[in-house]
Design a protein around this ligand. Structure first.
Ligand code: GLC
Length: 740
């Protein structure tokens, strides 16, 4: 894998010198506000439209894919003929990235009229997942189970450190959707079902990504996506229509984006789907009225890939591409992720010529784009350098990747078999993720759907390798996915017979977007057959769920001895899993989503009073090897007279166990009744504490009724109603009433 640059960068630039007069104006990189004005005053309308265009690497590489082999003539065409201002989506080694980005920037800066540097975007949604040596972190659905903003910020910082130094300056992350629908194939890209948790973890990711001093002068723009309502398609299939009542949009789906904007996110990507009958990409109400005016977002708004075309081709939301383009630009887009064509540029010039789009409107977008480039320091420092890449994939980052996975894995059930000890000397380890790096890293890893094992880091170990390390090669028999053969069955039966314990991995092979659409939450047949074989052996069974969404395990949960949710745990996932099941680390993750019991009934923890929360494992569920005792719950007042009064609740937590442990205390508020019926409870605060065996700590949560009781109506007007409400933490709950 690498750039096919036989002649080297210098030669290519020389080649470009011929035939091109080096006519670029010297742009003063003054810090003064008029820098952008002076630049814009020099720009032609074609150059301005070019800045609004984003092209995929698959258009400008020799392989017509993500590989970093520049098709120089196509690239020069893109930036000299169409003045393209940004590109996205490659994959390769750190060195190749540095070389590729340097060449692109040198051509853009030295060989175009105004020398405007490029934005270069990537989907580093779980670590630097398109860098061969990158530290692949757990996907967000596992990270969300940590409930830990510090851990998420650390994850973002590692990602940024391994991305920005390569000259990649735009990361299309974090996803701020809500994991409300277990069928949705991008469930694993979110931080879970709760809007408060997604808001807090999303903000932590943004704070860890932008203004990251340790990568200066290289900066990165985060991208909150996909605004809005993308994660709850009625059918569960990716990019199918969502019908979300306006009030629910304001109460559940919009708050994570508001928090992101208030946290200074520099860019936002729109939802490819349609909400309440409107393709979001042409929704003046959602993008202008709500995103720009109501939420005050003045950063760069980016389409999703080819989504102006999809308004026509997928949604039939416009007669043709020209009409879709006009609608999308009037809805407020700044950059079109056109990906592989220059139709957009031609159509834009036509619309401007016809007076349907004014130059003033174009200037709004170009100003935002140039401001972003200026903020990222690109005019002063567009070039990466090899000397900054030595830290990529370092042992320090690998250790942090393991800590992140260890702090997120959820122990769902434990009949006492865990932690494994000397009684469990002989282990049978079987299942699809036993000997696989790809299945532990998940999709969006070196390739969109997840690359084959040989492409993954040599510094990564499989579960089998780690188990052999732990128990000794003679004590562990490893078998892959059940293959329906008699040989497999016989070997499994025999190995189980000789083993003290069976450890199975079941769940889902990696998938991306619409490729992961399903019609049934049931486990795959191969996993079910493996579980039946294990159950027949009558040996203790530990099941590790490696999956992007909660596949049904109801039938097996009573017949197995331990169950863990490990999502896609990343490059140190095997070590994290092994450390937890052997007790080297105490599990502390809690489910950031509701684990369904039935295929046809999915309900969230913040359901309505008229619904039954009948799930296999509830939101916030997660066991420890410790016994954390909640005691001395107090509330300083149970009657208030105003919304502004401050109330302080406190509780002590004692570690009655044998392990150093982390406990995540979730504080909920239940508004007992409301004109718009209220969720039975909502998460409002999280405390994370570390307790040694026998240690006890007191935590407290101070709040006002105004903070915890207000909710938006369908016009986003805040509603505050007097009446009883409850605060709960652990097994405690206390009603608080308004006087009179
Ligand atoms: C996709 C995804 C989006 C991603 C973009 C660029 O289709 O929806 O999340 O950032 O393409 O890869």
């Amino acid at each position: 894998m690498g750039i096919i640059l036989k002649r080297g960068i210098g030669a290519i630039l020389t080649l470009l010198m011929t035939g091109f007069n080096s006519c670029n104006q010297t742009i003063s990189t003054s810090k003064s506000g008029n820098f952008i004005d002076s630049l814009m005053n020099q720009m032609t309308i074609e150059e301005k439209v070019g800045q609004m265009t984003q092209i995929c690497f698959s258009k400008i590489t020799l392989g017509k894919n993500k590989e970093l082999s520049l098709d120089t003539s196509m690239f020069v065409d893109a930036i000299r003929k169409y003045h393209v201002g940004s590109f996205l989506s490659g994959t390769g080694s750190a060195n190749d990235w540095v070389e590729f980005n340097t060449l692109m920037q040198q051509i853009a800066v030295k060989k175009t009229r105004l020398g405007i540097p490029l934005l270069i975007g990537i989907d580093h949604i779980h670590g630097a997942n398109y860098i061969d040596e990158g530290t692949i972190l757990p996907h967000n659905i596992l990270l969300g189970c940590s409930f830990d903003t510090a851990l998420v910020k650390k994850a973002a910082q590692i990602t940024t450190k391994e991305t920005a130094v390569l000259g990649i300056n735009w990361n299309f992350a974090p996803v701020l959707g809500l994991a409300r629908n277990p069928y949705w194939p991008r469930f694993y890209e979110t931080f879970g079902e709760d809007p408060f948790l997604v808001s807090e973890l999303g903000a932590a990711f943004i704070n860890g990504s932008q203004n990251c001093n340790s990568t200066l002068p290289f900066e990165l723009a985060a991208c909150a996506k996909h605004f809005v309502g993308y994660s709850d398609p009625r059918s569960g299939w990716d990019r199918t229509p969502a019908e979300i009542p306006q009030q629910k949009l304001f109460e559940f789906f919009i708050p994570p984006f508001k928090k992101a904007i208030d946290s200074g996110v520099k860019t936002i990507m729109a939802n490819s789907g349609e909400v309440n009958g409107e393709p979001v990409h042409t929704s003046d109400w959602l993008l202008n009225d709500i995103l720009r005016k109501e939420l005050g977002f003045d950063g760069v708004l980016l389409t999703d890939i080819k989504d102006i075309q999809k308004v026509v081709e997928m949604h039939a939301g416009a007669k043709n591409l020209k009409e879709a383009t006009l609608l999308a630009i009037n809805a407020g887009f700044d950059v079109n992720m056109a990906c592989e064509g220059f139709e957009f540029n031609r159509i834009m010039l036509e619309l401007i010529e016809e007076g349907k789009i004014t130059e003033a409107r174009i200037n709004e977008s170009v100003r935002r784009i140039l401001h972003l480039k200026h903020e990222l320091g690109l005019f002063d420092n567009p070039y990466p350098s090899e000397k900054n890449i030595q830290g990529i994939g370092s042992q320090e980052y690998l250790d942090i990747a393991r800590q992140i996975a260890e702090g997120s894995i959820v122990l769902l059930k434990n009949d006492g078999i865990l932690p494994l000890n000397e009684r469990n000397k002989k282990i049978l380890l079987a299942g699809f993720a036993t000997d696989s790096k790809k299945n532990l890293n998940g999709a969006w890893t070196h390739e969109w759907m997840g690359a084959e094992d040989k492409r993954h880091s040599k510094n990564m170990n499989t579960l089998a390798e780690v188990a052999w390390d732990f128990f000794g090669k003679n004590n562990v028999t490893c078998m892959g996915v059940y293959d329906s053969s008699l040989i497999y069955t016989r070997r499994f039966e025999q190995s189980a017979n000789e083993s003290d314990c069976i450890v199975l991995t079941v769940g889902e092979e990696p998938y991306s977007e619409f490729r992961g659409n399903i019609t049934d939450l049931e486990l795959r047949e191969c996993d079910k057959k493996l579980l039946y074989l294990a159950i027949e052996s009558a040996k203790p069974i530990v099941v590790i769920l490696i999956e992007g969404r909660p596949r049904l395990i109801t039938e097996f949960s009573e017949k197995t001895d331990a169950l863990l949710f490990a999502g896609y745990p990343g490059i140190r996932g095997a070590e994290a899993i092994m450390n937890i099941i052997t007790g080297k680390k105490c599990p502390s993750g809690k489910l950031c989503f509701s684990y369904p019991k039935y295929s046809g009934y999915d309900v969230n923890y913040y359901h309505k009073t008229s619904e039954q929360y009948d799930v296999l494992f509830p939101f916030g569920h997660g066991l420890s090897y410790n016994d954390f005792e909640y005691k001395n719950f107090r509330v300083n007042k149970t009657i208030v007279s105003t919304f502004e009064e401050s109330i302080t609740a406190s509780v002590s937590i004692k570690n009655n166990g044998q392990f150093n442990g982390k406990e995540t205390a979730l504080w909920f508020i239940s508004d007992c009744y409301g004109r718009i019926t209220r969720p039975v409870k909502l998460l409002k605060h999280v405390d994370i504490i570390f307790l040694k065996p026998g240690e006890e700590k007191t935590i407290e949560f101070t709040f006002s009724p105004e903070f915890v009781l207000s909710y938006p109506d369908k016009n986003n007007q805040s509603v505050l109603e007097k009446g009883d409400f409850e605060i709960s933490v652990g097994h405690f709950r206390q009603k608080i009433s308004f006087s009179n």
